[in-house]
Design a protein around this ligand. Structure first.
Ligand SMILES: NC(=O)C1=CN([C@@H]2O[C@H](COP(=O)(O)OP(=O)(O)OC[C@H]3O[C@@H](n4cnc5c(N)ncnc54)[C@H](OP(=O)(O)O)[C@@H]3O)[C@@H](O)[C@H]2O)C=CC1
Ligand SMILES: O=C(O)[C@@H]1CCC=N1
Length: 274
């Protein structure tokens, strides 16, 4: 991929995931800089990946050709305001937001009218090259800038472009936030397995290997629907059928639907507040 000088503004969980994936995919460490107010995360990134680091957002942003805006949504206005106040000129730079709940129009306003912005929604498995990222760009964004974002996110997993900006909020519900849903489900299973006599290590092994195997089964069988894969496990009159009946009796589908709707609602609410 093209190796532009790339700055991560904010060096938290998501930046670490993306930087790790990019370095593993061969992005040169000296083409990446991370900026963060405090040193410990920067020191860890420098030690683990050999990238450049700074406590000055302005230094990173001035140096870079592309900026990943990776602060919490609530910090975005202050961060961009300070960059503008420092005299930074965004002209010629591509802004790539990973923040939930901040529209392109709002980002453009916060960046002093600069409109070369791509909005993305990655997730933390990017750390392992197994990310899932949604991307959105307004029609005026150049093909070269789209390709750069596509290659960056493809270096850390799979990508899906959405045609409408609200599609990013739907990606949050289905992928950005979703690793946590699976962790919650696995937590519940592991706790129950412990109650049924397994040690914590044994319970984790049982749940982790089963989740990994199930996900691999889905990926390895694109010709089978998820329902068909489930049916392969579900012997007539057997144990799985009873477990599934219990989930359905307790309205698992409605619970999942409500949870995803809540994530979308929060993303839209943030868009009106920030
Ligand atoms: N976590 C996830 O799964 C996903 C997160 N996102 C988005 O990614 C963004 C970052 O989230 P995440 O990485 O989880 O959050 P973190 O809190 O882990 O990271 C945010 C980082 O920003 C730093 N920071 C705070 N203020 C500033 C500032 N003014 N300038 C530069 N850096 C600053 C923080 O530093 P310090 O801690 O030292 O204060 C922290 O290291 C959010 O907008 C979120 O919506 C998107 C997809 C998935
Ligand atoms: O919880 C959040 O708001 C962020 C966005 C998606 C995952 N984490």
């Amino acid at each position: 991929m093209e190796h532009r000088k790339l700055a991560f503004i904010g060096a938290g969980n998501m930046s670490r995931s993306l930087i790790s994936g990019l370095i593993q995919s061969g992005y040169p460490a000296d083409s990446i800089i991370a900026a963060n107010p405090s040193r410990p995360k920067l020191d860890a990134l420098a030690a683990d990946f050999g990238i450049r680091t700074t406590q000055s957002n302005a230094e990173a942003a001035n140096w870079a050709q592309a900026l990943v805006l990776a602060v919490k949504p609530q910090m975005m206005a202050a961060m961009l305001g300070e960059l503008l106040a420092s005299g930074l000129r965004f002209e010629g730079k591509l802004l790539i937001s990973i923040a939930a709940g901040i529209s392109v129009a709002r980002l453009q306003h916060l960046a002093g009218g600069h409109d070369n912005i791509v909005r993305t929604m990655p997730n933390t498995p990017s750390l392992l090259g197994l990310g899932m990222t949604g991307l959105y760009a307004r029609p005026q964004i150049s093909q070269a800038d789209r390709d750069y974002c596509q290659q960056m996110m493809a270096a850390v997993g799979k990508t899906l472009w959405v045609a409408e900006e609200d599609g990013i909020n739907q990606v949050i519900a289905a992928a950005g936030s979703a690793p946590a849903y699976f962790f919650l489900f696995m937590e519940a299973m592991a706790e129950e397995a412990q109650k049924r006599g397994f040690s914590a290590e044994e319970a984790r092994l049982l749940v982790q290997q089963t989740a990994l195997g199930a996900a691999q089964m889905v990926a390895a069988n694109p010709g089978l629907t998820l329902a068909q894969l489930r049916a392969q496990v579900t012997s007539k009159g057997g144990t799985t059928a009873e477990a599934i009946r219990s989930f359905q009796h307790n309205q698992l589908e409605r619970l999942v639907g409500d949870a995803m709707a809540a994530a979308v609602a929060r993303a839209r609410e943030l868009e009106t507040q920030l």
